[in-house]
Design a protein around this ligand. Sequence first.
Ligand code: ZN
Length: 380
Amino acid sequence: MKTPCPCCAGIQTVYAFSTPPMPVAAALLVYNAEESCNLPKKSLDLWHCATCGFLWNISFEAEHVRYDGDYEGTQIHSPHFARYLSELANRWAAKFPPETRRVLEVGCGQGEFLAALALKTDTELVGYDPAIRDENLYENVEMHAALLPGADTSSHCADVVINRMTLEHIENPAAFLELNLSWLTLHGLMAVQVPNAAHTIAQAALCELQYEHVNYFTPAALVALFERLELNSIAIKIDYGEQHLSVLAHRKTSNTEQPIDLQVFDIDALQREQQSFGSRWHSRLTTAIRADQKVWLWGAGSRATAFCANLPDPNLISGAIDLNPVRQGSFVPGVNIQTYLPNYLAGQSNLCIIIMNSVYRKEIAEKLASLGSNAVFYCL
Ligand SMILES: [Zn+2]
C-alpha cells in the first residue's frame, strides 16, 4: 500500500531508514543522572517523499512527548540568537497587514519572540504554549500556558498568526494549521518557521533528527502543504546558516495554483551518515582523550541529546556547557552528562569542545578566550 505524503499528497514515498533509539524527550530539564539515563527511548522510522522532499517519522506516537514547564527549548541566552530573533521580529513586523490589532503566536515557548515583537509594534500580542512557566513574564504580552483552543468567536481573531519552530513537532500538521487558521482574520497573515530539512538532508545533519520532531519540511514540502490549505505563500526565506525556513502566506483569493520549486534530494547521504557517524566520532573522541584533552559539548539542548544517542560511548564526554542558567546542573537527556555554565571552564586548557551548532562558533571562541581557556573545536 502506498503512503501518501502528508504535505504534497504525492505517492512517490519510500521508507528511508531508522535511527537508533533516542530519548523521546530531547529538551527535557532533568536534574538527576539516573532519571536521565532511564528516560524512555524510541527509534525514528523515517519516510521520505521523492516529490517534495518531505521527511517524517511514520511511527511517531504523540503520547510519549510532553510539553510542560520542564520543556526547555530556548536559545535566547545566546547574544547571537537574540540578535537574530530581533531581526526576524523586524522583518515580520514590516509585513504585518495595515492596522493590525492583534498578533497570536502558537507554541510561543517562554514568549521571547513576542517580547522581541513588543519592541517593534504596539499591537496586542497573545501567546499560547503549554510549556509556559510564567504567564506574567512580560507586561505587554498576554500569555496562556495552554494548547491553542478553537477560536469560538470572530472577535478572538488575530490579524497575524505565527508559529515558529512548532509545526515540526505536530503529528498532523495540516489539522494544526487549520486550527491556527480558525483564528486568522480573512485578510490576515500566516507566518510559519520550521527547521529547514533541505539543509538537514543536503548536509546529512544527523543530529537534527530528534524524536520530538515528527516532520522535516523542505521549502517545497511546506509550500505544498500551504497550497492544500488554500494558502498563497508570499515570501519564502532561508536563513540562520540555512538552518531555518520561514514562509509567510495569505488566504487565496482566486483558484490559481502556485508553482512549487521542486528539488531532488539525496536521502541516501543521510542514511550513510547514520551508519558511519558513531564510529567516526568515537575515534575522534578517543584520539582527543589519548592526547590528554577533556571532551566537552557546547550546547546541552536537543542536538546534544541526539549526538549522545548516536555515540557508542557517551561517557567519554566530561560535561556540557550551556548559556541557559535554567539548564545548569541538569543532565543531557538519556545520558550521565551534566550541564554547567561557561565559567566552569575558566582557565582550563587542553579542551576539546564539540559545538552543537556551527552558527555559535565565533561566540563560543570569544567566550572561552575571555575565560582564559584553550580549546580545539569540532562542529556538528
Ligand atoms: Zn511530498
